[in-house]
Design a protein around this ligand. Sequence first.
Ligand code: DAH
Length: 337
Amino acid sequence: METQLRALQQEALDALEQTRDHASLESFRVTYLGRKGGRLTAILRQLGTASPEERPRLGQLANEIKTEIERCFDQRKEQFATGASGASSPMVDLSLPGRYVPFGSRHPISQVMDEICAIFEGLGFAVAEGPDVETDFYNFEALNLPQHHPARDMHDTFYVTDSILLRTHTSPMQARIMETQDPPLRYISPGKVYRRDSDITHTPMFHQVEGFLVDRDVSFADLKGVLTSFSQRMFERDLALRFRPSFFPFTEPSAEVDIACVICNGTGCRVCKQTGWLEILGSGLIDPAVLVQVGYDPDVYSGFAFGMGVERIAMLKYGIDDIRLYYENDLRFLSQF
Ligand code: DAH
């Protein structure tokens, strides 16, 4: 039994030397010092079979060995804790290539939305986000779209209840902000919007950035200046802009804004359907009815507003031809941005 004990001591100390980390140290502890099934415990159990004269001596030896192994074990543990073990050095092969850590990146829509906001922030606009679940009042009524107004049809609304809905545009933020603050105001409001629509250019959820400015003596020229400056920065070139008369209940006059086709530079191609122009947003001077609704005097204040679809801007900027690509989570697509 004495030989057995001494052999175990040697084996344990060698094994301890081989431990490389906390996990291997723990399995060492279980193997050699564990109360149940540990190697040392197993030998101690046999003590009863030794002769009565030998028993005290063997018992003492076993205890000494146990104490010694425990002392070395503690020492090893301490070394790992202080990183002084030098234990890992033989295991590290510095010539191996590093482990590849796949990095995620921001979704192209988030990137473009941030870019749009950054451009307008540079022009002095503040950013404010609003709720996706909106009331009929802010989404329609406050924007000069009363019940049964025919223009409501265009919005293909998802209703939650009769008076609560998923906002169909970010324009409700105009009313929410104007209601609580006095001019001068310069805001943009990015966010998700929802419509019951789905095909190659429409998804039921998409993103818009709304913008508006209210002050004394705001004119259409100010709107043109701001939007021209925006599109030149967004598309990184001196683009021509075209303001086409249009209709929105919350603006008067209203205009849809086109930029010269970024693909063919205005000469006509498949993307611009041979027109040379691409529509990028809706805009106009804020309708006096909207100003009155929030308690502003339209004889004192005027303003402009605009709203753009982020998916559409990103499609034009990056030449993406199917809106659904944004939402399929295909890494081959996403990792290009
Ligand atoms: N809210 C409109 C839409 O979703 C876009 C829009 C048009 C916003 C004209 C405006 C605006 O602020 O002045 O179709």
